[in-house]
Design a protein around this ligand. Sequence first.
Ligand code: HEM
Length: 431
Amino acid sequence: MCIHYRYGNIFKTHALGSPMIVCMDPQINRYMLINESKIGLVLAHPDSIKNIIGVNMAEVNGTVHKRIRGTLLSLIGPAAHRDGLLQKMDRCMRSFIHNWAGKTIDIQQKVRKLAFMGSLEQIVENEPSSFYETFEDLFVKMSLGTMSLPIKIPGTTYYQGLKARIKLNALLEELLAKRKASSVTHDDFLDQLIRNNGYNSSEEIIEQIVTILYAGYDSVSSTAMMTVKYLHDNPRALQAIREEHFALQQNKRPEELINWDDYKKMSFTRAVIFETLRLANVVNGLSRRTTSDLELNGFIIPKGWKIYLYKRETNLDPFLYQEPLTFNPWRWLVSSSILNLILLCIKNLLLINEDKYIEMQEKGSESNSYNLLYGAGGRECPGKELSISRFSLFLHHFVTKYRWEEVEGNKLLLYPRVIAPKGLHIRVSEY
Ligand code: HEM
């Protein structure tokens, strides 16, 4: 039974010894996210995350937050994609999804590597492989630490996470010093961060690097794995996504990289991604804390209480999504709906060009008020475009190059984390 049928959309509970309000009402959640600074809400991450990840962007508020967020968006936002980031990512993706045919692979392990290395190579290019290997080892330990109970005793996962973070800092400090002392320029995020005045100190640059890597690791890898799973289980959707990508390839030479215009045409792929995010919730909810008494829906929430904006229920609500447990990417396409007819009329009446029209279609389906897959308001995910483009490129090469079938015995957990405890093994062959 859905929790809200039992307890209503807002209820009080206790978590880790402190009182907490759980809110599952999408409209109220959106209201809180959009107005959080006005109504006195701040982030409330668990101690394990705060202590290991540090005072990063997701921990600061006000003008410091705006400044750091702006600089991050200049690195990974839509404009950066248009200016060449997409092509760079495509080059990296081609060499990654290479030579898989005839093998049985653990796709979970592959996409974890992809999520990590794809980001790290964008951040720091041309370092020896020993640097990337040491970095990966420390990063994985650090990430595991953030998901553990904060028990600081030698040997615990949390303790190892803390230690790994200290070593990561040292590694990055050394690299920063080397870069600053050198006159050689690099085409990577680190160079952009060093040259950007938005950053005040080496510490801030290091925090930003860790944020990009951490925020895009589990979310990206588990979603990519689930796109493979859902497409495997839904041949009609697989056929439709293949058609979209083969059509794109028809107009390009094989070595020609994917550009912004190609990416904007991947509307079915985008729908597959949104539908995967809806069903396999990688972010179940968002945590906030009140900094003063807050009146919400006729109740007073005292200062210092936590509020958990639970999204999982909304994503599976039958009143919002027909047959909510069915994988149906078409629901994200406006093309079959009345809204599309309206958009088409607007397009023809106002002589709107094709690009703008596609953008309006996307906005129409994704911006329904209960869609909080990437959050909302001043903290809406700045990695939204980066993650969608990474999934799109991955799917572009994967579905056009390969067929795959699952090996028997795979097990998947969707809650509390999306994970295949023993891997998701697939047999891959040439398409
Ligand atoms: C499937 C992929 C992803 C999903 C579903 C996702 C989802 C979210 C959500 C829901 C939030 C809002 C958190 C809140 O309000 O408390 C968020 C914030 C954030 N995300 Fe993502 N994210 C994804 C990928 C990424 C990637 C690739 C990056 C890389 C930079 C990233 C960086 C961030 C950062 C830095 C924040 C904090 C923003 C702020 O406080 O202003 N995310 N993400």
